[in-house]
Design a protein around this ligand. Structure first.
Ligand SMILES: [Zn+2]
Length: 486
């Protein structure tokens, strides 16, 4: 609290500390008290700005309440006391506060000044600035013409105001200044739901966090696929981000590169986030259904952010089916085929995904890198061991992701490198292998182990979330069917 308001705080201690350091001789204190009082009066007279008024008020408001309670009249009869140690300082303080009697005069005088009149009639407008590259708050303050003192006072407010030490380029700061160019108010929206508000009050600057509540509205979309998932999704007004998410939810069971057929259909319930009646952005998909080649998959989002079937089984598998997004398979797993470069028959122990050079390659499961380096015709290769049974291999990379090395742990979905054509390759592609107990298996067809299902203790809560969503999906599905029959 000591540092909460500053403009007055800074001169006050000086005033009463400097005086008492002299020898307490009888009669001297009276004199020094008067000197202090005069100093203060001079300051007030010479300093028209609100800081001075703020100081006086601070002293008053900080100390009056208790006394007012004791005095029905609300008159301040006793000298205001700050937490001080020596009685003689109390005398000095009393002297200091003589100007409080003069304060109303000061204010009256101030309010008749032309500036004040103008300010009262039309409050200063809000202006806005954006943080530039490499700019700190101190640079912004000097750019806007605010003083180092104002900056210091605001940063001295502590906790909520310390948000201003973490500003980023392009963040917006809104501010109000008075006719003298002094900072009156500062507002910083540091995330969707909160802003920091700094106001100059008569007691100095105050800082508080203001909440901006977000309203979650449920929306739905349903479509039948004619050409592609993306085209169908676009027609229903779904954003690309939601479409990608939809594909990611079902990507464990459906290969969106290979499996999509004309007539497949999907339905989803998702959230849109609104603030003060305006759309902020899309929220999460709450529930979805995908019918692929006549087979129906359903997903419900649980509070852990993962998706589960209606029975509470995880839709995730311990492995991603494909290590690259939305690519074309250029060569499948086979026990024997003609090698495109070596022109003799040899088995192809993996799947080739043709993708532009630089496409990120993802670790398909949690594991540990056991090899990183060049491997003959495979070019740049990473091998990941997943537990004791499984391992995966990624070849022909153009480069590795920074920090990848043998022994490093990776999470499912982490980017480990980028598609290229290092080694023996006719064009940029990823060669991917999946081994179970050291034996090559077809990554496209191998049965992938499931991720952990919901625990029994979570099931009641999951069911209560899932029931209404599943009922909604049923209703929406009828709509789709009617559309299809038209
Ligand atoms: Zn290959």
């Amino acid at each position: 609290m000591g540092k909460a308001y500053s403009s007055l705080r800074d001169f006050k201690p000086h005033t009463y500390r400097r005086c008492p350091t002299r020898k307490p001789r009888q009669g001297f204190w009276l004199l020094s008290g008067i000197v202090c009082a005069l100093t203060v009066v001079t300051l007030f007279a010479s300093n028209e700005n609100a800081d001075a008024t703020a100081v006086t008020k601070t002293a008053l408001t900080a100390n009056v309440p208790a006394q007012v309670n004791g005095n029905a009249g609300g008159h301040i009869r006793k000298p205001l006391t700050l937490p001080i140690k020596h009685a003689h300082e109390g005398q000095l303080l009393q002297a200091n506060y003589i100007p409080t009697a003069a304060y109303p005069n000061h204010r009256e005088r101030a309010s008749t000044s032309p500036n004040r009149v103008a300010e009262q009639q039309q409050p200063p407008s809000w202006k806005s600035t954006r943080v530039r590259q490499g700019e700190s708050l101190s640079l912004i303050f000097s750019r806007l013409g605010f003083s180092a003192r104002e900056l210091h006072d605001i940063l001295a407010l502590g906790k909520p105001a310390s948000r201003l030490k973490r500003i980023y380029p392009d963040d917006e700061l809104r501010y109000q200044s008075d006719s003298n160019g002094h900072l009156l108010a500062l507002s910083y929206r540091y995330d969707d739901e909160h802003s920091l508000s700094i106001q100059r009050r008569q007691t100095g600057y105050t800082a508080k966090i203001i909440d901006h509540p977000i309203e979650h509205r449920q929306k739905y979309a349903t479509a039948i696929i004619n050409d592609s998932l993306f085209l169908a999704a676009q027609k229903t007004g779904l954003s690309d981000r939601l479409t990608m998410e939809l594909a990611a939810i079902f990507g464990w069971d459906i290969d969106f590169v290979l499996d999509i057929r004309k007539g497949d259909e999907f339905t989803l319930i998702y959230e849109e986030l609104y603030q003060q009646g305006e759309k902020l952005r899309d929220g999460a998909i709450l529930a979805a259904e995908f019918v692929n080649r006549g087979k129906t998959f359903r997903a419900i989002r649980f509070s852990d952010g993962h998706y589960y079937s209606a029975e509470g089984n995880s839709l995730r598998k311990a492995f991603l089916r494909t290590p690259v997004n939305f690519t074309r398979i250029s060569s499948r797993f086979s026990r024997g085929r003609k090698h495109p470069i070596l022109h003799h028959i040899r088995a192809h122990h993996g799947v080739d995904y043709a993708a532009p050079s630089g496409t990120p390659i993802k670790a398909t499961g949690d594991g540990r890198i056991t090899f990183k380096g060049r491997k003959g015709g495979y070019g740049r290769v990473i091998v990941i061991q997943h537990g004791s049974r499984y391992s995966t291999l990624y070849a022909h990379m153009s480069r590795y992701r920074r920090g990848m090395r043998s022994g490093r742990r990776v999470k499912q979905g982490d980017t480990i490198g980028y598609v290229g054509k290092s080694g023996l390759a006719t064009g940029p592609h990823l060669h991917y292998e999946f081994r179970v107990n050291g034996v090559h298996r077809n990554p496209l067809t191998v049965k992938l182990p499931d991720a952990q299902p919901l625990k029994k203790t979570q099931m009641a809560r999951f069911k209560s979330i899932a029931r209404p969503l599943l009922a909604q999906l049923d209703i929406l599905k009828q709509t789709t069917t009617q559309l299809a029959e038209r």
